[in-house]
Design a protein around this ligand. Sequence first.
Ligand code: PLP
Length: 492
Amino acid sequence: MSDRSEITDSQRGLGDMDPGEFRDAAHRVADRAADYLARLESYPVLPDVRPGQIHAHIDRRPPAGPEPLEAILEDYARWIEPNVTHWQHPGFMAYFPSVASGPGILGEWLATTLNSNVMFWRNAPASTELEELVVQWLRAMMGLPPALDGMFTDTASVSSLLAIVAARHAVPGLSARERGLAGRPEVGPLRLYLSEEAHSSIEKGAIVAGIGREGVRRIATDPRYRMRPEALADAIAEDRARGYTPCCVVATLGTTSSTAIDPVNRIAEICARERVWLHVDAAYGGVAAIAPEYRPLFAGWERADSIVVNPHKWLFTPFDASLLLFRDRDHMRDAFSLVPEYIRTPDTGEIHNFNEYGIQLGRRFRALKLWMQIRWFGVDGIAGRLRRHCQMAQRLAGWIDADPEWQRLAPTPLATVCARHVPRELREPEAIDVHNERILAEVNRSGEVFLSHTRLGNRYAIRVSIGNPRQTEAHVARCWDLLREAAARTRP
Ligand code: PLP
């Protein structure tokens, strides 16, 4: 039960927290946050909780009256902090990294304090111009040409959705923005092309954009899980002959399962020839281009009509931040702009009213955290960290390759390794899958690391994704030890 004597005057009144009280509380929260980062590794990466357990402990009714901050922070410390999956933990090597750097957290905190809503220049002048600047910085840091303009969205899923709608808007004579798609017998079915390995968010974009799942055509991949450009060209030709309208091709640079990199240069040639919009999903992989030696992997992506890169994946940026770049700013505005009277402003000139390039009116001030963290790390510092992650992944790949009972299931172009254990005595594919599922469960039970899985060529693969600036070689070596120990323990 809360002690009512700790309720403050500002809580008893009808205004907000008093600034002095906020200062004291903020210092305590800052201490709490710093302590969390300092003792991250004392937590198991995956908390030992069962569904519903948190509900059972935190009060499910909203309190009618105010509660002391002390009590709220105590409950946070007791029930929330220990019971999240610790994405910040250096042992978190599942999925893709999504890590919040110290300067990024501070930037997020200040952005929240300003609560600047980046709808249009007039109601967010500095935030709008900082967004323009940081977009230019990131584009230049990745070696992309100034012809690509852009903005931030919340996620790659939304960035890709906007790109798909823009692609649809580029289909001659379709005019879906004004006329919609339903009830128009003259409109043939649209097609969107992506590889068998491309992310589900693209297909969701096709659902929302009215292309529909039946309009999505998955293109076969080569043994390295990259889209086959000749299969794409054949598919487009076949579809045209059958009355489909090719609308958009999505090349993935860093697929979700194995980080395969589609041959974007050849895909760009096909798109240019066929006059089809090319969207590049580099949500995970794109930031690697900040280290110049990785740019050749992506040669040709600068020809895309739109590109998505997620700073909230492998650029240590607190969730959320997705960068959408597009070649034709006027086209994007034409696809989305709808300005009701109440937000018309007299401001003219080279300003971005960012709400006109997408579906959101209100937008978070995401540029601040990126500006602060790019300045704090420096471009070379960021490149150095990305490079080190790739080197650590190569080291792990080398250990796997040197062990006759382990098998790497895909190339490792970036910082994610896919592998499985194949003990001599196991022959049946299903038995090998089950054995690896057990290894994964065992390793994750350790609390020291958290890994995830995928299927590659219909084989179960354990994935290790490196990308946390707090990770060192010792963490990767420990992960390898845990995998081998688990393999020995679960051996049939
Ligand atoms: N594209 C790729 C290649 C991904 O791997 C992912 C997520 O892992 C996404 C898109 C979706 O990202 P978001 O969660 O930002 O929507």
